[in-house]
Design a protein around this ligand. Sequence first.
Ligand code: ADP
Length: 190
Amino acid sequence: MTVPGREDGAGAGQSRFRLTLVRGDITEQHVDAVVNAANSSLLGGGGVDGAIHRRGGPAILAECRALRASRYGRGLPTGQAVATTGGNLPARWVIHTVGPVFSAGEDRSALLADCHRNSLRVADELGARSVAFPAVSTGVYGWPLDDAALIALRAVSQTPTSVELLSFVLFDDRALTVFRQAADALGLTA
Ligand code: ADP
């Protein structure tokens, strides 16, 4: 499914990119940059993070270690984003962002939106024209998929960016269905 970005600033968004929702593995995406659902240590983990480091090879971890040494000694704060090489991935860059852990008692949705906004800002700094996002925070971090999809899609559609092709790469059919429903609900469906 392809969802054209809104150009008129009305309704859900003001971006100009083409939005695509696909089922697949983010490590296989032939795009300029893939977003990693990292943890703040930047030293790898499970889920998307583990897959990206496994497939991307040691160059990514080496740059992450250098970033820790130079700028993020206390870890990358939740909601922020930083880029490394894509190593052996088809993507040229990995944009690491730290999603918030879901909390039933505290509304952390602004931080989840920040992940998407800041990832797009980093993509613009890199000059990336095509970017693929996973469903940040919906795995180990426990965010309900339907809510996360709405937050993610709203955030990207409202962020001005030079990115031209933005995809969400969903790992299974259920996640794809939920993201499609969220796109419909936000009026992003073509
Ligand atoms: P978080 O810690 O932010 O919750 P996870 O990596 O645990 O991140 O999960 C985020 C989402 O990514 C989950 O919906 C999970 O099913 C999905 N996922 C896991 N591996 C991949 C992959 N290789 N490509 C795309 N999505 C993936």
